[in-house]
Ligand binder design. Structure first.
Ligand code: BGC
Length: 418
């Protein structure tokens, strides 16, 4: 065993992430309603939105069809989770992050669907049975329609409904859990839902954005208290989105100022307000952003299929800063690439392992790394064409699962590192 291998402890969590709406199939919530209402319009706009991407000629057909924008049967993970957890094992992953679909548990206000409650109980039990650590994520952007119709998280008085849902989760599931994530990427949700207006509820109103963001902060605090009251040793955190934000020209005062403002606003403001309400720091990492004045000016290569500039080593400065700010164990709750040809994924993961090793050698307590995603999944308003999975899913042929070469490599690497 060489020195590097000793950096990862035996109980380091090597995992993959999913979100209920992106994989389960058969979900009925505010998002699925929005998909049905907007699929044709999104199909018509495909070229305008994606025409500049390197993969355009390959995705043109799929992206120009309304079906691409409907989550529908998902990848049928709801019914195939046994088989999918076998694949998790096959990939030598020892942990798994998944979502609970609020609209399944509480399809009508105040009425619990006990069959669905049971479904997730069995789901968690199955992970435990297979020796996979379950990391439950409470909210990943989808809402029961009744909650969305009341104004969702924009209205402070609606938080009581979220609290009731969290209480249900605390009562039903926490006895079988060590880790729980309350919210996924409030910063991304608020930006797309309330600022740019690309996602439901398609508001473009900075005041609504601020209100919703602030309410999500309060929602987390309240959830934290409920969960800890139920199980004091439960490790509770969130999964925020952190970008490696850098000045294009570090010597330029305005680039530097823009960078500082963006870093604080996007990366740290939310987390800093929750200092006393997190047992670990969870974050998702996908890209670096370079600022020239207040404009994002990123290098043009290498880009992933979605056109995001890929700098996997950008994880390193974020780990150092998160550690410096909070001195708490860190979990990389998501990180991945949209890469239909599987040409970058292995490189991405390899560089991320090095980034973690470097940070750990400086004393940063990284305790887990979750690749996004286990399976090809429904990519919100982009639909089905982006391929993030360690495992490819052929939705045309009985949802056939095929392990990608990069995932086979990752599985071997995990064995070496343990
Ligand atoms: C989200 C996922 C999404 C992934 C790739 C993350 O921001 O949490 O739901 O699929 O990015 O875009």
């Amino acid at each position: 065993m060489d020195k590097q291998q000793k950096l990862f402890p035996k109980d380091f969590m090597w995992g993959a992430s999913t979100a209920s709406h992106q994989v389960e199939g058969g979900n009925i919530n505010q998002w699925s309603e929005w998909e049905l209402a907007h699929a044709s319009e999104l199909a018509k706009k495909a070229e305008k939105r994606f025409g500049h991407l390197q993969v355009w000629s390959e995705i043109k057909n799929e992206a120009s069809k309304p079906e691409n924008y409907v989550s529908g049967e998902g990848v049928d993970h709801y019914n195939r989770y046994h088989e999918d957890f076998d694949l998790v094992k096959q990939l030598n992953l020892n942990s798994f992050r998944f979502g609970i679909e609020w609209a399944r548990l509480e399809p009508e206000e105040g009425k619990w669907d006990e069959k669905e409650v049971e479904h997730y109980r069995n789901y968690i039990a199955e992970l435990r049975k297979k020796g996979i650590e379950p990391i439950l994520n409470i909210w990943h952007w989808t809402l029961p329609t009744w909650f969305a119709n009341k104004g969702g998280f924009k209205k402070r008085s609606n938080l009581v409904f979220f609290e009731r849902f969290v209480k249900k989760i605390a009562d039903e599931y926490t006895h079988d859990l060590k880790f729980i994530i309350t919210l996924n990427e409030p910063n991304v949700y608020v930006s797309f839902g309330y600022l740019t207006g690309e996602w439901p509820p398609q508001e473009k109103n900075p005041l609504s954005a601020l209100k919703t963001y602030y309410n999500l902060l309060v929602a987390h605090k309240r959830a934290y208290k409920i969960l800890k009251r139920k199980k004091p040793d439960l490790q509770v955190g969130i999964a925020t989105q952190l970008a490696n934000i850098q000045a294009k020209r570090p010597h330029d005062l305005i680039d530097e100022a823009a960078t500082k403002i963006m870093r604080y606003g996007w990366n740290w403001w939310f987390l800093k307000r929750l200092r006393r309400y997190q047992d670990f720091i969870g974050f998702n990492y996908y890209f670096s952003d370079y600022y020239k004045w207040f404009k994002r000016v990123n290098p043009t290569v290498p880009l992933n299929d979605k056109g995001w500039y890929m700098e996997p080593e950008g994880l390193y400065p974020l780990l150092l800063r998160a550690w410096a700010h909070f001195k708490k164990p860190i979990i990389v709750t998501e990180s991945g690439v949209a890469d239909s040809h599987d040409q970058y994924r292995q490189w991405w993961i390899q560089e991320q392992i090095i980034a973690m090793e470097r940070a750990m050698s400086e004393g940063v307590d990284v305790i887990g790394y979750f690749y996004w995603s286990l399976l090809d999944n429904f990519e919100w308003s982009e639909g089905w064409w982006p391929k993030f999975g360690l495992i490819e899913v052929d939705r045309e042929h009985d949802m056939k699962r095929t392990v990608r070469p990069s995932a086979k490599w990752f599985a071997k690497k995990i064995k070496e590192l343990q």
